[in-house]
Design a protein around this ligand. Structure first.
Ligand code: NAD
Length: 479
């Protein structure tokens, strides 16, 4: 059994209090690791280390920063199995999911390295007497708070772009996935990142999060997590007038119109709804189908879902692994029971063994049921029948969230009507809800968050824009 320490100022250290906490394997329910349980004193140490390192790192040429990032990407590629093991045994990810996550992360680090060399300013040619331009400077010290569901790639969105743009970072991974956060620290240490540029603290989110955000040395906060957590973080940051990005929850629709290829629509839906047992912010859980095909679509989807392989995430054949915790199983089951109790039709699933929740499909859900509006974050989706694309749009937008949406139709006019009308940060036509590209803006609107991650969008968030002018001739003054 390994005991993991935190990374602060280039040193691997215990929590100041000496406390540790248990990190559980969600499939076996057994202890996976013991991890340092940091508190406000450790947040203070980490912020001090990041703050001390910030000037030198900001003054490091972008090419030198990129070399370290590219080295980290290479090391991640060659340590693929080591990272996969943690993602499977600590996070409950299936082999397919974790390999996809690692590949995506390698690409993201390389993209951030390149983007760090393209921090662009503008020149304005309005006043011939001056050179007028914008310059971008690093924010300073970034606090990065990540969730457990895609703990590697979602930490790296923040860490890699912060480093690439000349910021220093304190990463606080989720309590369910601390080891992957610490492995990120180790990865960048091996890649030659100077001490203090990346610090990783582990422990309770509420204690560490508040201490990090409140710290005057923190200049930017980037969090991915639940909407309720994001709201708290935003309030905390706003009290100190600190900028932030919030990547939060979702209640994502797929709209399947009557002209769709049913087989393709069924497969796209199953992938979007059940990948990583529905524990993805972009998971599709509202399947909005036009009436003429709803019967055929429902029958085909229920048939596919009933046979999705559930079990040990380390077996390459498994598609549905364990849900992260017993609490999460209870929440999922509560949503399903509440819906069925209020008249929903259970088409398949609805049972569980340990943390293995059977992929579940419901129909006839109504706004009176919890599942209609609340994020379930489990392998559960519901079919909603609509009469046309206008009703589909109204149903899809009837949510406080706005993260991702899929539209399956061959009709270009209807695709554009929905693509433009859907209140979501990301809309994919002729695809499901799950997609990410290191260069493209990732994020949502409404209760799904504020700001975007990826490519130049991260560069803009992680840097402060300044208007800089130089008079070419003396300015005309009234005296
Ligand atoms: P969570 O909100 O419980 O935790 C997220 C992070 O916030 C963790 O590191 C946690 O320790 C920390 N935290 C908790 N309380 C805090 C506080 N008071 N102050 C500061 N930090 C605090 O979320 P989770 O359960 O880890 O992740 C699942 C949620 O994340 C889902 O709602 C999912 O939709 C969302 N998510 C969103 C995206 C996105 O990009 N929009 C991606 C993945 C997950």
């Amino acid at each position: 059994m390994k005991i993991y320490q935190m990374l602060i100022g280039g040193q691997w250290v215990d929590a100041t209090s000496g406390s540790i906490f248990d990190d559980i394997n969600p499939y076996t329910g057994e202890l996976y690791a013991k991890v340092a349980k940091g508190d406000a004193q450790d947040a203070d140490r980490a912020m001090a280390a990041a703050f001390a390192a910030r000037r030198e790192w900001a003054a490091t040429p972008a090419i030198a920063r990129a070399q370290i990032l590219n080295k980290a990407a290479q090391l991640l590629e060659t340590s693929r199995q080591e990272f996969a093991d943690v993602l499977i045994h600590e996070g409950g990810g299936t082999v397919g999911k974790v390999m996809f996550e690692i590949s995506q992360t390698v690409d993201l680090i390389e993209t951030a390295a390149a983007d760090g060399k393209r921090i662009l300013g503008e020149t304005f040619h309005n006043d011939p007497t001056k050179l007028s331009m914008t310059v971008r400077r690093p924010r300073g010290t970034v606090v990065a708070i990540s969730p457990w569901n895609f703990p590697l790639v979602l930490s790296i969105y923040k860490v890699a772009y912060a480093i690439a743009t000349g910021n220093t970072v304190v990463l606080k991974p989720a309590s369910e996935s601390p080891v992957i956060g610490l492995k990120i620290g180790e990865l960048f240490e091996r890649a030659g990142l100077p001490a203090g540029v990346l610090n990783v603290v582990t422990g309770p989110g509420s204690v560490l999060g508040d201490a990090l955000i409140d710290d005057d040395r923190c200049s930017f906060v980037a969090i991915t997590g639940e909407t309720v957590t994001g709201r708290h973080v935003a309030q905390r940051a706003a009290a100190k007038l600190k900028p932030y990005t919030l990547e939060l929850g979702g209640k994502n629709p797929i709209i399947v119109l009557a002209d769709a290829d049913i087989e393709y629509a069924v497969k796209s839906t199953a992938f979007s709804a059940y990948l990583h047992q529905g524990e993805i912010c972009m998971s599709a859980d509202r399947i909005i189908v036009e009436k003429p095909i709803v019967e055929a679509f429902t029958e085909a989807l229920a048939g596919l879902v009933a046979h999705l392989p559930v079990g040990d995430p380390s077996l390459p054949t498994t598609f549905i692994g364990p849900v992260i915790s017993d609490n999460q199983v209870k929440k999922i089951d509560d949503h399903v029971k509440d819906a069925v109790g209020k008249g929903a039709t259970l088409l398949t699933g609805g049972t569980y063994e340990g943390r293995l929740y059977k992929p579940t499909l419901l129909a006839n859900i109504t706004p009176a049921m919890k599942i209609y509006y609340e994020e379930t974050f489990g392998p559960v989706a519901s079919i909603i029948s609509v009469k046309d694309e206008k009703e589909a749009l109204a149903v899809a937008n009837d949510t406080t969230y706005g993260l991702s949406a899929g539209v399956i139709t061959k009709d270009l006019e209807k695709a554009l009507f929905l693509g433009e009308g859907l209140q979501a940060g990301m809309v994919h036509v002729n695809d499901g809800t799950i997609d990410a590209d290191a260069c493209c803006p990732f994020g949502g609107c409404k209760g799904s968050g504020i700001g975007r991650e990826g490519g130049r969008y991260s560069v803009e968030e992680m840097t402060e824009v300044k208007w800089l002018t130089i008079q070419k001739t003396k300015r005309l003054l009234p005296f």
